[in-house]
Design a protein around this ligand. Structure first.
Ligand SMILES: [Mg+2]
Ligand SMILES: [Zn+2]
Length: 498
């Protein structure tokens, strides 16, 4: 049983649009009525909302509205109460919100009418509320970022542990350094184990582990020509809004949800992004419809369907190893790496990058340099139709006392592999089932983080893999990432013909 959001949330379905890309259907029926295994998309939406107690649902209708009203009626048959907002002339995706002014005094869960989703609405709601913004959009990467509107997020690095944090907890620099073993064995020291296991430290991390995720804007697809380096992140078509957003509407006129309403509030008020690996797909084209039918058959819409991931090392696993990697232009993908990631994307594995980047603490590169290199990685993958679901990195290193180092990050931390901090963070953020997941990398750090986190580890021969093979401790030794992907797909009997 899910949380009951009945008294806190109303649903809004944007069902007024024409859906011209699916004209074979939409000459006869409006987009929300397009059948997926004989059931309209909108019915799946209502069922999912109802699971979370959302029963007051407003539906904006325009194009062929009679068909929607005839099927859903007042909602009673479907266990909800539907109020229709009727457009006499097309008002864009959200112009009809004008009529909701002063009618809604709860958070609104807003869904585009052609989106099939299996989203943990409770988790999304809690995130929206904890951020305290006016609007929280859902965001995820896609397989064609080069011609999509991209979400641009604020980059802050407040989530990383610093020397000052340790000092605030009552430790002195001298005391910390005394226990930093330059041979990198500090992880075995009781001194640090005790810190990591203390309530204070765990509390500190919990407060730290919040990415800003403030939306700074959208990079529109018409700018695509000038795009050379970007993070692959798009608006997934579902959001939470507070009632104050309706003040934006002064009269019934054509308005677009992203281009007008959300864009208007970016910078004026707080708009956040909720990154998710939950199933959210729009039914905008015919081939997507086929995939959706298959997804329903494969039970991808079941609430308790488990989520699996591959945790991927970066250097020597996806791209050619260089150290320090400070120049985005020198980044090169390894052979078949993009193809491998595409296989994971299709097979339903979230691709989570977990990379040690001690060059930051050593002063060789800045956070910004790293961000540029990571963007390059996403761009090169994106050009091949492959994507990473999220990127985690560790900027720390514990060997102190070198010229040019950044003292704040010259510490023993819980995130530097083989410590499990990055994997732990991802598991919590995305509800990943570790039993179904893998760590893939080219070095002893990766072998050991796999062991420490309790996920199957695949060592790749690329990068340092040929050397570290002797160490043992891995589950499978693969020629490269593509070989690893095929191994996983075979081992789990996954059919990815689609
Ligand atoms: Mg590596
Ligand atoms: Zn770290």
């Amino acid at each position: 049983m899910q949380a009951n959001l009945e008294n806190k949330v109303v649903g809004i379905i944007l069902a007024g649009g024409r859906g011209s890309r699916l004209s074979k259907f939409t000459d006869e029926i409006p987009k929300p009525m397009i059948p997926i295994l004989n059931k309209p998309v909108m019915e799946y939406q209502i069922e999912k909302m109802k699971e979370y107690g959302i029963k007051d649902i407003y539906v904006t209708v325009g194009y062929l509205k009679e068909k929607i009203i005839e099927y859903f009626g007042d909602g009673e048959k479907f266990g909800c109460r539907i109020t229709y907002i009727k457009e006499d002339e097309p008002l864009g995706s959200c112009g009809a919100f004008y009529f909701l002014k002063d009618k809604i005094n709860k958070s609104a869960f807003v869904v585009c009418g052609d989106v099939l989703f299996n989203l943990n609405i409770e988790k999304f709601y809690n995130y929206h509320k904890s951020k305290g913004g006016l609007i929280t959009i859902t965001a995820h990467p896609n397989s064609h970022p080069y011609d999509s509107d991209l979400v641009i997020l604020e980059n802050n690095n407040d989530e990383y542990l610093t020397l000052s944090d340790y000092i605030l907890l009552g430790y002195t620099k001298e005391e910390l350094y005394e226990h930093n073993d330059k041979t990198l064995n500090a992880l075995n020291s009781d001194f640090y184990k005790n810190i990591f296991n203390s309530k204070e430290f765990k509390e500190l991390l919990k407060n730290k582990q919040k990415k800003s995720n403030l939306v700074l804007g959208f990079d529109k697809k018409q700018n695509a020509e000038n795009r050379t380096n970007y993070h692959n992140l798009v608006n997934a078509g579902i959001c939470f809004m507070e009632p104050a957003v309706f003040n934006y509407f002064e009269k019934p006129e054509k308005k677009d949800l992203e281009k007008d309403l959300i864009s208007y509030y970016i910078g004026k008020s707080k708009v956040y992004a909720y990154r998710t690996i939950d199933y959210i797909k729009d039914m905008g084209t015919y081939d997507r419809l086929d995939i959706a039918e298959e997804d329903v058959r494969l039970k991808k819409l079941d609430t308790n369907s488990k989520k699996k991931a591959v945790f991927l090392d970066r250097d020597g696993t996806i791209n050619i190893f260089k150290y320090p990697h400070s120049d985005k232009n020198s980044l090169e993908l390894l052979d078949r790496a993009a193809e491998a990631i595409k296989l994971f994307n299709k097979a339903g594995y979230a691709c989570i990058l977990v990379t040690n980047q001690p060059s930051i603490s050593k002063g060789f590169i800045t956070f910004n340099d790293l961000d540029e290199v990571n963007k390059k990685l996403e761009t090169l993958l994106g050009n091949e139709g492959a994507f990473l679901d999220d990127i985690y990195f560790c900027p720390h290193h514990q060997e102190y006392g070198k010229e040019g180092e950044v003292t704040e990050y010259k510490i023993v931390c819980n995130c530097r592999k083989p410590n499990t901090g990055m994997i732990d963070k991802a598991v919590e953020a995305y509800d990943i089932d570790k039993n179904l997941s893998y760590m893939i990398g080219d070095s002893s750090f990766d072998i050991n983080v796999g062991k420490n986190a309790g996920v199957k580890m695949i060592l790749v021969e690329t990068g340092l893999g040929a050397e570290d093979k002797e160490l043992g401790g891995y589950y499978y030794f693969a020629k490269d990432l593509y070989d690893a992907a095929n191994f996983i797909i075979k081992e789990n009997d996954i059919n990815i013909s689609l």
